[in-house]
Design a protein around this ligand. Structure first.
Ligand SMILES: [Zn+2]
Length: 309
């Protein structure tokens, strides 16, 4: 099976700590390697992961606060230094195009890498990828911010024993898959009779935001949700004021949205003990819960069990 995993580069909001680098995340998903929100130090953190600039296919930036984008200049220059042979797509809020232009050319370098720049300028904007659809949703933060989700369409898995029972083989299998039915010996065999649905997988990335519709839209049925939990409930009023989430809120979103694996990150440096994020989230969410640490790898959970056709 293809590799689908999250590699955490950094987990600190605002200011790094001795244990936590600024934000940064890599998503390996089949032939895509997507870098999300590279903060300062992301390039060096990447050295520890075995993933190189040449592996990157796409960069997604949620917004232009420094802890989510100050790693861009180094990463973009690295693409040229390593002579990355194919275009790397870059998505960011269109309103921040000026920031992006400055970061892209923050200092002198010999530019050889090609960037396919595709800014996000609408809530719900969709980008079609070979692996599914990348969708951006507007979030609630003091500056224009978009979260992202990756949605793989449902597929269809043929059941060999059922095909055999109907005596279907060879080119007939392709015909049945394509047309949805096949007429044999005076009887129509439908695709549903010989296959099961292969549920598509979903990944969601929610960062920085107060609670809003976009958070729920992104989190819906995510197999893996990466979500900011800058604060604890004790700072809920402050969180709402500055456009951030608490661990409790993030966990309730995950529980209400049918999330399977929940990854909390983007922690304020005011909290010394990460266990507190875990304990607060656990009160609301019973699924797989990860309080992210730098350089941790989190697997996308195995596909949901197919429903019989
Ligand atoms: Zn921010």
């Amino acid at each position: 099976m293809s590799m689908r995993e999250l590699v955490v580069l950094g987990t600190a909001s605002q200011a790094p700590t001795r244990q936590r680098n600024h934000n940064g995340y890599l998503l390996r998903w089949d032939d895509e390697v997507i870098l999300f929100d590279p903060g300062e130090g992301s390039q060096r953190q990447m050295l520890h992961t075995g993933i190189t600039a040449t592996d990157l296919t796409r960069i997604c930036v949620t917004h232009f606060h420094g802890d989510h984008c100050l790693g861009l200049p180094g990463m973009i220059q690295r693409l040229s230094l390593d002579r990355v042979p194919r275009p790397v797509a870059v998505h960011f809020p269109a309103g921040g195009a000026e920031y992006f232009a400055r970061l892209r050319h923050a200092s002198s370098f010999y530019e050889t890498a090609e960037l396919a720049v595709e800014p996000i300028d609408a809530d719900g904007q969709r980008i079609t990828l070979g692996i599914g659809t990348l969708e951006a949703r507007r979030l609630r933060h003091p500056i224009e911010t978009y979260g992202y989700r990756l949605v793989e369409p449902d597929g269809c898995r043929m059941l060999p024993e059922r095909l055999a029972a109907y005596g279907i083989a060879g080119p007939d299998t392709g015909r049945l898959l394509r047309d949805g039915h096949l007429d044999r010996d005076g009887r129509r065999v439908t695709r549903d009779e010989v296959s099961v649905t292969r549920p598509g997988q979903r990944f969601a990335f929610v960062m920085d935001t107060g609670l809003c519709d976009g958070v729920y839209a992104l989190a819906e049925h995510a197999d893996l949700l990466v979500i900011e939990s800058t604060f604890l409930e004790s700072e809920a009023a402050l969180a709402a004021e500055v456009g951030h989430l608490t661990a409790g809120q993030a966990a309730r979103v995950a529980a209400e949205s049918g999330v399977r694996t929940l990854v909390l990150t983007h922690f304020s440096q005011r909290y010394a003990d990460p266990r507190r994020f875990h304990d607060e989230a656990r009160e609301h969410f019973t699924g797989d819960l990860v309080v992210a640490e730098d350089l941790q790898t989190v697997q996308v959970p195995p596909r949901r069990v197919p429903s019989p056709g």
